[in-house]
Design a protein around this ligand. Sequence first.
Ligand SMILES: Nc1ncnc2c1ncn2[C@@H]1O[C@H](COP(=O)(O)OP(=O)(O)O)[C@@H](O)[C@H]1O
Ligand SMILES: [Mg+2]
Length: 305
Amino acid sequence: MDEEFGLLDTDETDSPGDEWEEIDYSDTEADRIARERDREFSQFRDRITDADQFKVQESVFDEATYGALYKLVQDGHIDAFGGPISTGKEANVYSALAGEHEARSASEQPSGDGEEPRGQEVAVKIYRINASDFREMGEYLEGDPRFEQVANDKKAIVIGWVRKEFANLDRALAAGVRVPKPIAVERNVLVMEYLGTADGRAKRLSEVHVENPRTAYEVVREYMTRLYDAGIVHGDLSEYNIVIQESELVVIDVGQAVTIHHPNSDDFLDRDCENVAAFFARQGVDTDGEQLREYVEAHANPRSE
Ligand SMILES: Nc1ncnc2c1ncn2[C@@H]1O[C@H](COP(=O)(O)OP(=O)(O)O)[C@@H](O)[C@H]1O
Ligand SMILES: [Mg+2]
């Protein structure tokens, strides 16, 4: 085992997405807050556990998750919590009011196209360390040298995963793909731009009637091409991980995205192409997975670094 991994080219593990090694998984600031339990934290924790929106589910968060939320409030990323947006297998997503930090940086920016600034909301994605089913994550983790050292430690996997999701959002943005802007990450909690409309959270592509499927398809195809050109494959792309906000398509859920160095990246690209093409074919677009993949490959020149 050791020998095999000893052969890894260290330059290779420095490529985008390989920032794992520096993370201290064992004792995060959130863990320390939860352990020390000063009065303010205890009050915060009690307030959150009593809040209606956190009662909807069977599994309560562990202490250090409250520690992470507390830290995010202290650091000015979150103010008050709103309701749940989604309760998934591994993670729940909540809306929240942006804290001072975000409110300030948002007001420094001109509001662009004259759109109404939307009451400074953020989305908070909380991974449940104990409830996580890592079989689903397995195919993304196996063979990823970054994960080999932490493979047996649930907490470390989740912390690493969330960091990767944050980093992948940054990479996607840099590649010119519309994704929620990442705001902060703390232990198993990710804060990002909230995607909403006047009627609530932005709907998934699977939930709406797509008015102009050909145009939407071309946009998604362009996103996939730009990601691939930047050396990234989403790995779980479908009508469930693309939302529509004011007629703009936004890609979400990039935690599992891998670089083209990942041994399965080729299969993931195939699967993404199949899923996306199948959805749009059902909407009447003349395409299939193979055509889509050919397009992406013909229009991208993935850099190896
Ligand atoms: N930034 C966001 N803004 C608004 N809604 C979001 C945001 N991120 C996720 N959601 C909603 O939460 C759901 C679950 O989030 P997702 O990241 O896809 O996690 P999961 O791993 O549970 O699929 C999404 O389908 C979407 O409806
Ligand atoms: Mg999803």
